[in-house]
Design a binder for this molecule. Sequence first.
Ligand SMILES: Nc1ncnc2c1ncn2[C@@H]1O[C@H](COP(=O)(O)OP(=O)(O)OP(=O)(O)O)[C@@H](O)[C@H]1O
Length: 454
Amino acid sequence: MDPAASPVADEPRAEVVAEPTPAEAPAEPEAAATAPAEDEPADVVRAAEVTRTWHPGGPDETPATSGDLADADAEPEREAAPEAATEVADDDTAAAVEESPNGTTDLTGEAILLVGAATAAETGSAVESEPAAETDSAVESDAAVESEPADAAIEPAPVADDHEGERGVAVIPLGTIATGTTPMPRKKRTIRVAREAPAPEAPIVLSIDGLVKRFGDTTAVDAISLGIRAGSFYGIVGPNGAGKTTTLSMITGLLRPDGGSVHVNGIDVWKEPRAAKRITGVLPDRLRLFDRLTGAEMLYYAGSLRGLDHRTVLDRSADLADAFGLEDALDRLVADYSAGMTKKIALACAMIHSPRMLVLDEPFESVDPVSAANLTDILERYVAGGGTVLLSSHSMDLIERVCDSAAIIVGGRVLASGTLDEVRRGDTLEERFVELAGGRKAAEGMEWLHSFSD
Ligand SMILES: Nc1ncnc2c1ncn2[C@@H]1O[C@H](COP(=O)(O)OP(=O)(O)OP(=O)(O)O)[C@@H](O)[C@H]1O
């Protein structure tokens, strides 16, 4: 999200309580990658030990990673010293390990679903193998690819299409401009038909009630309430500074609310943070990762921290790397990853423990279109398997293509929420968003900009 929106000195992360800061690589980078004996009961403990040996960075570093397990309850807000944050995280890690003596989570069924989904999620095969029926009312019109007869009348201008042939889209022919006898190839525009929202009787997996957060005189989140049903692909949109990140941070236990409550699957996030975090996967804003680890080590760390046993972590890491197209990057330091690759490895870390719900802050930012399509496919399969995704994005088009429901947040308040059709009310999401966000600002003034410096 826009760093300019929140001054560095006051940024939410300063208040975040999370894992130890990865300013330095572990003394022995092989620690995570070196496989303990298969039957060694202390796989996970080893990860906890590794955590303890890492040294938090300098005071500038703020701890937050996608695999957060830290208990923010024990943490003073904002002014928390890095050492304190580390200690809390360590304790919590140890506790998490103790809670998983057999090295597994209690989500085995979902794990199988997720890993199965991830394995099958290679873009090409997914496109071919997925029946259109799975994407609800997706319709592809063959007519769209046909050439127009030479005598066709002038029709609306063609629109370039980046998503040609994409699974689960309606293809809307926009016509051609006929020129003499040579038929112009007809271009087509694809618009994803919105997914069906979960049935009203589907259980609410995320319940947000009267959430409030203030920063001094600024009320960043002003009594937000939302109910998100299991199996929903839910998008949050809003202008810069609307309170999206602040809201997501409170939902995931990273930022303590001033008021209100959050329940995940009936668990109070702020009363039972560990239990809530066990079923939540988080891609936080402004990724701060243990980037002196390789991708493989990061996945191993994330999986171990979540209580997975050695074999399971390796298997899932391989599946996730394959699904995200990171196989060849696993042995490279995350510090050397591109922005998109970093986003992908962070997302893989968020998914490795097969959470019931994924909370993703701008997951598609910096991700190239092909990878975004791949990522979308992975998330859709996750949702089809019963998972729930809550994401924020500035891309209205993306939200319209992948989500079934959305909320528009402006000035810390929900101004519209519900299924996409309920929110859009016959307009596009962008039009509705612009309307609720106060309309377009006339580009007046700044005539000096046209005086050009030369
Ligand atoms: N730690 C903080 N201290 C002071 N103000 C903060 C802090 N964190 C956020 N804010 C303020 O809270 C408001 C909401 O910020 P938030 O980051 O949640 O917005 P956002 O919707 O995610 O914005 P963007 O789309 O630009 O990322 C902003 O006015 C921001 O300046």
